[in-house]
Design a protein around this ligand. Structure first.
Ligand code: NDP
Length: 333
Protein backbone atom coordinates (compact mmCIF):
# COMPACT_ATOMS: atom_id res chain seq x y z
CA UNK A 1 0.00 0.00 0.00
CA UNK A 2 1.30 3.45 -0.88
CA UNK A 3 2.38 5.33 2.23
CA UNK A 4 2.00 9.12 2.52
CA UNK A 5 5.18 10.64 3.94
CA UNK A 6 3.76 12.61 6.89
CA UNK A 7 6.92 14.62 7.54
CA UNK A 8 6.06 16.59 4.40
CA UNK A 9 2.85 17.89 5.94
CA UNK A 10 4.60 20.57 7.97
CA UNK A 11 4.76 23.08 5.15
CA UNK A 12 0.97 23.07 4.83
CA UNK A 13 0.17 23.60 8.51
CA UNK A 14 0.73 27.33 8.70
CA UNK A 15 -0.39 28.46 5.27
CA UNK A 16 -3.95 29.58 4.56
CA UNK A 17 -5.48 28.20 1.36
CA UNK A 18 -8.34 30.17 -0.14
CA UNK A 19 -10.86 28.91 -2.65
CA UNK A 20 -10.63 30.73 -5.97
CA UNK A 21 -14.12 32.15 -6.37
CA UNK A 22 -16.64 29.33 -6.46
CA UNK A 23 -14.24 26.90 -8.15
CA UNK A 24 -12.72 23.80 -6.63
CA UNK A 25 -9.22 25.28 -6.79
CA UNK A 26 -7.56 26.48 -3.60
CA UNK A 27 -4.56 28.80 -3.74
CA UNK A 28 -2.20 29.83 -0.97
CA UNK A 29 -3.09 33.25 0.45
CA UNK A 30 0.42 34.24 -0.65
CA UNK A 31 1.83 33.19 -4.02
CA UNK A 32 5.24 33.77 -5.59
CA UNK A 33 5.67 35.55 -8.93
CA UNK A 34 8.69 34.88 -11.12
CA UNK A 35 8.62 38.10 -13.18
CA UNK A 36 11.89 39.37 -11.72
CA UNK A 37 14.93 37.47 -10.42
CA UNK A 38 14.32 34.33 -12.49
CA UNK A 39 15.82 35.31 -15.84
CA UNK A 40 19.12 33.88 -16.99
CA UNK A 41 20.78 37.13 -15.83
CA UNK A 42 20.08 36.15 -12.20
CA UNK A 43 22.32 33.50 -10.57
CA UNK A 44 20.46 30.18 -10.57
CA UNK A 45 21.15 29.70 -6.86
CA UNK A 46 19.26 32.94 -6.07
CA UNK A 47 16.17 31.80 -7.98
CA UNK A 48 16.40 28.34 -6.46
CA UNK A 49 16.56 29.70 -2.91
CA UNK A 50 13.46 31.83 -3.50
CA UNK A 51 11.35 28.91 -4.73
CA UNK A 52 12.72 26.57 -2.07
CA UNK A 53 11.99 29.04 0.73
CA UNK A 54 8.51 29.74 -0.56
CA UNK A 55 7.54 26.09 -1.03
CA UNK A 56 8.83 25.13 2.41
CA UNK A 57 6.48 27.79 3.84
CA UNK A 58 3.46 26.32 2.06
CA UNK A 59 3.52 28.64 -0.96
CA UNK A 60 2.22 26.17 -3.51
CA UNK A 61 1.61 28.59 -6.36
CA UNK A 62 4.32 29.86 -8.74
CA UNK A 63 3.31 32.38 -11.40
CA UNK A 64 5.03 32.82 -14.75
CA UNK A 65 4.40 34.26 -18.20
CA UNK A 66 5.90 33.48 -21.58
CA UNK A 67 7.84 36.75 -21.58
CA UNK A 68 9.32 36.73 -18.06
CA UNK A 69 13.11 36.96 -18.02
CA UNK A 70 15.24 38.67 -19.10
CA UNK A 71 15.59 37.49 -21.76
CA UNK A 72 11.93 36.61 -22.40
CA UNK A 73 11.27 32.93 -21.81
CA UNK A 74 14.20 32.39 -19.49
CA UNK A 75 12.13 32.55 -16.29
CA UNK A 76 10.12 29.56 -17.49
CA UNK A 77 13.38 27.75 -18.25
CA UNK A 78 14.72 28.57 -14.78
CA UNK A 79 11.54 27.35 -13.11
CA UNK A 80 11.68 24.18 -15.23
CA UNK A 81 15.22 23.56 -14.04
CA UNK A 82 14.25 24.10 -10.41
CA UNK A 83 11.21 21.88 -10.80
CA UNK A 84 13.20 19.02 -12.30
CA UNK A 85 15.87 19.35 -9.65
CA UNK A 86 13.72 19.65 -6.51
CA UNK A 87 10.01 19.68 -7.12
CA UNK A 88 9.08 17.02 -9.64
CA UNK A 89 8.02 14.60 -6.91
CA UNK A 90 5.74 17.38 -5.58
CA UNK A 91 4.06 18.15 -8.92
CA UNK A 92 0.58 17.39 -7.61
CA UNK A 93 1.13 19.75 -4.66
CA UNK A 94 1.98 22.73 -6.87
CA UNK A 95 0.07 25.18 -9.07
CA UNK A 96 2.14 26.53 -11.97
CA UNK A 97 0.61 29.30 -14.06
CA UNK A 98 1.72 30.96 -17.24
CA UNK A 99 0.34 33.56 -19.63
CA UNK A 100 0.44 34.80 -23.19
CA UNK A 101 -0.59 38.17 -24.59
CA UNK A 102 2.46 40.44 -24.54
CA UNK A 103 5.06 40.56 -27.29
CA UNK A 104 7.05 37.33 -27.34
CA UNK A 105 8.33 36.58 -30.83
CA UNK A 106 8.61 38.55 -34.08
CA UNK A 107 5.91 38.74 -36.71
CA UNK A 108 2.13 38.99 -36.47
CA UNK A 109 1.58 35.92 -34.26
CA UNK A 110 3.87 36.57 -31.30
CA UNK A 111 1.62 39.00 -29.42
CA UNK A 112 -1.95 39.80 -28.27
CA UNK A 113 -4.79 37.26 -28.29
CA UNK A 114 -5.36 35.31 -31.49
CA UNK A 115 -5.91 31.56 -31.28
CA UNK A 116 -2.71 31.15 -33.32
CA UNK A 117 -0.69 33.20 -30.85
CA UNK A 118 -2.08 31.77 -27.62
CA UNK A 119 -1.84 28.11 -28.52
CA UNK A 120 1.63 28.41 -30.07
CA UNK A 121 2.78 30.30 -26.98
CA UNK A 122 1.42 27.68 -24.62
CA UNK A 123 3.26 24.94 -26.53
CA UNK A 124 6.48 26.96 -26.28
CA UNK A 125 5.95 27.53 -22.55
CA UNK A 126 5.49 23.82 -21.90
CA UNK A 127 8.76 23.08 -23.70
CA UNK A 128 10.63 25.71 -21.66
CA UNK A 129 9.06 24.51 -18.42
CA UNK A 130 9.59 20.86 -19.28
CA UNK A 131 6.04 20.13 -18.10
CA UNK A 132 3.22 18.34 -19.93
CA UNK A 133 0.65 20.85 -18.62
CA UNK A 134 0.34 24.04 -16.58
CA UNK A 135 -2.31 24.44 -13.93
CA UNK A 136 -3.56 27.87 -15.02
CA UNK A 137 -3.20 29.44 -18.47
CA UNK A 138 -4.06 33.13 -18.65
CA UNK A 139 -4.69 35.59 -21.40
CA UNK A 140 -2.29 38.30 -20.20
CA UNK A 141 -4.13 41.42 -21.39
CA UNK A 142 -7.18 42.30 -23.49
CA UNK A 143 -6.65 42.45 -27.26
CA UNK A 144 -8.55 45.34 -28.85
CA UNK A 145 -8.62 43.66 -32.28
CA UNK A 146 -9.24 39.94 -31.78
CA UNK A 147 -12.86 38.91 -31.05
CA UNK A 148 -13.20 37.86 -27.44
CA UNK A 149 -14.87 34.64 -28.63
CA UNK A 150 -11.65 33.66 -30.42
CA UNK A 151 -9.38 34.40 -27.45
CA UNK A 152 -11.65 32.64 -24.97
CA UNK A 153 -12.06 29.77 -27.44
CA UNK A 154 -8.27 29.35 -27.39
CA UNK A 155 -8.26 29.21 -23.56
CA UNK A 156 -11.09 26.66 -23.68
CA UNK A 157 -9.12 24.56 -26.17
CA UNK A 158 -5.98 24.80 -24.01
CA UNK A 159 -7.94 23.23 -21.16
CA UNK A 160 -9.74 20.64 -23.30
CA UNK A 161 -6.44 19.54 -24.85
CA UNK A 162 -5.03 18.87 -21.38
CA UNK A 163 -2.26 21.46 -21.70
CA UNK A 164 -3.83 23.56 -18.94
CA UNK A 165 -6.13 22.59 -16.09
CA UNK A 166 -7.81 25.99 -15.65
CA UNK A 167 -8.27 29.18 -17.67
CA UNK A 168 -7.71 32.70 -16.36
CA UNK A 169 -7.65 36.32 -17.52
CA UNK A 170 -5.42 39.19 -16.50
CA UNK A 171 -5.67 42.97 -16.75
CA UNK A 172 -9.25 42.84 -18.09
CA UNK A 173 -11.39 45.85 -17.09
CA UNK A 174 -14.74 45.01 -15.49
CA UNK A 175 -16.97 45.05 -18.63
CA UNK A 176 -14.58 42.90 -20.70
CA UNK A 177 -13.97 40.60 -17.74
CA UNK A 178 -17.71 40.10 -17.43
CA UNK A 179 -18.02 39.21 -21.12
CA UNK A 180 -14.97 36.92 -21.08
CA UNK A 181 -16.34 35.08 -18.04
CA UNK A 182 -19.71 34.66 -19.78
CA UNK A 183 -18.10 33.25 -22.94
CA UNK A 184 -15.87 30.86 -21.04
CA UNK A 185 -18.81 29.58 -19.03
CA UNK A 186 -20.83 29.03 -22.21
CA UNK A 187 -17.94 26.98 -23.60
CA UNK A 188 -17.89 24.80 -20.50
CA UNK A 189 -14.52 26.02 -19.20
CA UNK A 190 -15.27 28.44 -16.36
CA UNK A 191 -12.83 31.28 -15.72
CA UNK A 192 -11.10 30.36 -12.48
CA UNK A 193 -9.14 33.52 -11.69
CA UNK A 194 -8.52 37.12 -12.66
CA UNK A 195 -4.97 38.39 -12.10
CA UNK A 196 -5.12 42.13 -11.48
CA UNK A 197 -2.77 44.83 -10.25
CA UNK A 198 -3.87 45.88 -6.78
CA UNK A 199 -2.13 47.64 -3.95
CA UNK A 200 -2.75 50.43 -1.48
CA UNK A 201 -1.37 52.77 -4.15
CA UNK A 202 -3.42 51.38 -7.06
CA UNK A 203 -7.04 50.57 -6.32
CA UNK A 204 -8.65 50.38 -9.77
CA UNK A 205 -10.12 46.93 -9.08
CA UNK A 206 -12.39 48.49 -6.45
CA UNK A 207 -14.27 50.40 -9.21
CA UNK A 208 -16.39 47.50 -10.42
CA UNK A 209 -14.03 44.62 -11.17
CA UNK A 210 -14.21 42.98 -7.73
CA UNK A 211 -18.02 43.26 -7.82
CA UNK A 212 -18.10 41.43 -11.16
CA UNK A 213 -15.77 38.70 -9.92
CA UNK A 214 -17.78 38.20 -6.73
CA UNK A 215 -21.06 37.98 -8.65
CA UNK A 216 -19.61 35.52 -11.16
CA UNK A 217 -17.79 33.41 -8.56
CA UNK A 218 -14.34 34.08 -10.03
CA UNK A 219 -11.27 34.47 -7.82
CA UNK A 220 -8.90 37.43 -7.81
CA UNK A 221 -5.13 37.34 -7.32
CA UNK A 222 -3.40 40.69 -6.75
CA UNK A 223 -0.16 41.30 -8.59
CA UNK A 224 2.43 43.87 -7.51
CA UNK A 225 0.76 44.11 -4.08
CA UNK A 226 3.85 45.88 -2.75
CA UNK A 227 3.79 48.35 -5.68
CA UNK A 228 6.99 46.71 -6.97
CA UNK A 229 8.76 47.38 -3.68
CA UNK A 230 7.53 50.92 -2.97
CA UNK A 231 5.27 49.63 -0.17
CA UNK A 232 8.23 48.15 1.73
CA UNK A 233 11.10 49.55 3.72
CA UNK A 234 13.34 49.37 0.60
CA UNK A 235 13.14 52.98 -0.54
CA UNK A 236 12.38 54.90 2.63
CA UNK A 237 15.95 56.08 3.00
CA UNK A 238 17.07 56.29 -0.63
CA UNK A 239 17.59 53.75 -3.41
CA UNK A 240 19.65 50.72 -2.28
CA UNK A 241 22.12 49.49 -4.90
CA UNK A 242 20.64 45.98 -4.85
CA UNK A 243 17.03 47.14 -5.29
CA UNK A 244 14.83 46.76 -8.36
CA UNK A 245 14.81 50.52 -9.04
CA UNK A 246 18.63 50.48 -9.14
CA UNK A 247 19.28 47.21 -10.93
CA UNK A 248 16.34 46.75 -13.32
CA UNK A 249 14.55 50.07 -13.80
CA UNK A 250 12.47 48.90 -16.78
CA UNK A 251 9.25 48.99 -14.77
CA UNK A 252 10.17 50.80 -11.53
CA UNK A 253 12.19 53.92 -12.26
CA UNK A 254 13.91 56.04 -9.66
CA UNK A 255 11.68 58.89 -10.93
CA UNK A 256 8.60 56.91 -9.80
CA UNK A 257 9.80 57.32 -6.22
CA UNK A 258 8.41 60.81 -5.80
CA UNK A 259 8.46 62.64 -2.48
CA UNK A 260 4.64 62.32 -2.31
CA UNK A 261 4.76 58.54 -2.67
CA UNK A 262 7.57 58.19 -0.16
CA UNK A 263 5.72 60.41 2.32
CA UNK A 264 2.77 58.02 2.16
CA UNK A 265 5.04 55.00 2.50
CA UNK A 266 6.68 56.47 5.61
CA UNK A 267 3.29 57.28 7.18
CA UNK A 268 2.08 53.75 6.40
CA UNK A 269 5.19 52.32 7.95
CA UNK A 270 4.35 54.09 11.20
CA UNK A 271 0.94 52.41 11.20
CA UNK A 272 2.63 49.09 10.44
CA UNK A 273 5.12 49.55 13.27
CA UNK A 274 2.32 50.25 15.73
CA UNK A 275 0.84 46.88 14.73
CA UNK A 276 4.22 45.16 15.04
CA UNK A 277 4.35 44.61 11.27
CA UNK A 278 6.75 45.54 8.50
CA UNK A 279 5.35 47.86 5.84
CA UNK A 280 5.34 44.97 3.35
CA UNK A 281 3.29 42.89 5.77
CA UNK A 282 0.79 45.71 6.31
CA UNK A 283 0.39 46.12 2.54
CA UNK A 284 -0.45 42.40 2.21
CA UNK A 285 -2.73 42.27 5.26
CA UNK A 286 -4.60 45.25 3.80
CA UNK A 287 -5.28 43.50 0.47
CA UNK A 288 -6.34 40.27 2.14
CA UNK A 289 -8.85 42.19 4.32
CA UNK A 290 -11.24 41.77 1.38
CA UNK A 291 -12.68 38.23 1.28
CA UNK A 292 -12.96 38.49 -2.51
CA UNK A 293 -9.16 38.33 -2.74
CA UNK A 294 -7.93 34.77 -3.25
CA UNK A 295 -4.19 35.46 -3.01
CA UNK A 296 -1.51 38.13 -3.05
CA UNK A 297 1.16 37.50 -5.66
CA UNK A 298 4.46 38.88 -4.45
CA UNK A 299 7.88 39.13 -6.04
CA UNK A 300 11.09 38.83 -4.05
CA UNK A 301 14.82 39.20 -4.57
CA UNK A 302 15.83 37.53 -1.29
CA UNK A 303 14.48 34.53 0.65
CA UNK A 304 14.16 36.73 3.77
CA UNK A 305 11.62 38.85 1.91
CA UNK A 306 9.49 35.78 1.24
CA UNK A 307 9.70 34.85 4.92
CA UNK A 308 8.76 38.38 5.98
CA UNK A 309 5.78 38.44 3.60
CA UNK A 310 4.46 35.05 4.67
CA UNK A 311 4.44 36.24 8.29
CA UNK A 312 1.78 38.79 7.25
CA UNK A 313 -0.67 35.89 7.30
CA UNK A 314 -0.28 35.57 11.09
CA UNK A 315 -1.26 39.19 11.75
CA UNK A 316 -4.51 40.15 13.45
CA UNK A 317 -7.19 41.65 11.20
CA UNK A 318 -7.06 45.42 10.71
CA UNK A 319 -9.31 47.30 13.11
CA UNK A 320 -11.76 49.98 11.92
CA UNK A 321 -9.54 52.70 13.34
CA UNK A 322 -6.44 51.28 11.60
CA UNK A 323 -8.36 51.09 8.32
CA UNK A 324 -9.43 54.72 8.75
CA UNK A 325 -5.87 55.78 9.50
CA UNK A 326 -4.68 54.02 6.34
CA UNK A 327 -7.43 55.70 4.27
CA UNK A 328 -6.38 59.09 5.62
CA UNK A 329 -2.79 58.47 4.52
CA UNK A 330 -3.81 57.21 1.08
CA UNK A 331 -6.11 60.19 0.52
CA UNK A 332 -3.46 62.71 1.61
CA UNK A 333 -1.75 64.72 -1.12
P1 NDP B 1 5.64 43.22 -5.53
O1 NDP B 1 4.76 44.43 -5.54
O2 NDP B 1 5.43 42.19 -4.49
O3 NDP B 1 7.17 43.73 -5.51
C1 NDP B 1 8.21 42.84 -5.29
C2 NDP B 1 9.46 43.57 -4.80
O4 NDP B 1 9.23 44.13 -3.51
C3 NDP B 1 10.63 42.62 -4.61
O5 NDP B 1 11.32 42.39 -5.80
C4 NDP B 1 11.45 43.34 -3.58
O6 NDP B 1 12.16 44.41 -4.16
C5 NDP B 1 10.38 43.97 -2.70
N1 NDP B 1 10.01 43.16 -1.54
C6 NDP B 1 9.26 42.03 -1.53
N2 NDP B 1 9.08 41.59 -0.27
C7 NDP B 1 9.74 42.46 0.53
C8 NDP B 1 9.91 42.54 1.93
N3 NDP B 1 9.33 41.66 2.75
N4 NDP B 1 10.65 43.56 2.43
C9 NDP B 1 11.21 44.47 1.59
N5 NDP B 1 11.08 44.46 0.26
C10 NDP B 1 10.34 43.45 -0.27
O7 NDP B 1 5.43 42.42 -6.84
P2 NDP B 1 6.04 42.35 -8.35
O8 NDP B 1 5.93 43.68 -8.99
O9 NDP B 1 7.35 41.68 -8.29
O10 NDP B 1 4.96 41.40 -9.00
C11 NDP B 1 4.71 40.14 -8.40
C12 NDP B 1 4.28 39.14 -9.43
O11 NDP B 1 3.04 39.57 -10.02
C13 NDP B 1 5.22 38.99 -10.62
O12 NDP B 1 6.34 38.19 -10.32
C14 NDP B 1 4.30 38.37 -11.62
O13 NDP B 1 4.16 36.98 -11.34
C15 NDP B 1 2.98 39.08 -11.36
N6 NDP B 1 2.77 40.21 -12.28
C16 NDP B 1 1.78 40.08 -13.20
C17 NDP B 1 1.52 41.06 -14.12
C18 NDP B 1 0.41 40.91 -15.11
O14 NDP B 1 0.29 41.73 -16.03
N7 NDP B 1 -0.42 39.91 -14.94
C19 NDP B 1 2.35 42.30 -14.16
C20 NDP B 1 3.34 42.37 -13.11
C21 NDP B 1 3.52 41.36 -12.21
P3 NDP B 1 13.73 44.32 -4.53
O15 NDP B 1 13.77 43.48 -5.76
O16 NDP B 1 14.10 45.75 -4.78
O17 NDP B 1 14.41 43.68 -3.37
Amino acid sequence: MACYPREMDARYQNMTYNRSGRSGLKLPALSLGLWHNFGSTTPFETSLSLVRTAFDLGVTHFDLANNYGPPPGSAEETYGRIHRRELSSHRDEIIVSTKAGYEMWPGPYGNWGSRKSLLASLDQSLVRLGLPYVDIFYHHRPDPETPLEETMGALDYAVRSGKALYAGISNYPAPQASEAIRILRSLGTPCVLHQARYSMLDRWVEDGLLDVLEKEGVGCIAFSPLAKGVLTDRYLKGIPTDSRAATDPRFLKPSDLTEGVLRKARALQEIANERGQSLAQLALTWILRDPRMTSVLIGASKPEQVQDCVRALDAPALTESELSAIEAVLESA
